[in-house]
Design a protein around this ligand. Structure first.
Ligand code: ZN
Length: 53
């Protein structure tokens, strides 16, 4: 069960970007044309890049 959850998480986070201003998570497959749903900031970073620094 845990393994299935991890797979699902990976799939979800693949489309998750974090706002550089307010850290809100935004799901999108097209971050370049997406603004933060909370503050409207244009610069989002990929969620997974947290681990890479
Ligand atoms: Zn934001």
């Amino acid at each position: 069960m845990a393994q299935k959850f991890e797979e699902a998480e990976e799939r979800v986070f693949g489309n998750v970007y974090v706002c550089r201003r307010c850290n809100a998570r935004n799901r999108t497959t097209n971050p370049e044309n997406t603004v933060c749903r909370k503050c409207g900031y244009k610069h989002l970073r990929k969620k997974n890049q947290e681990f890479a620094g």
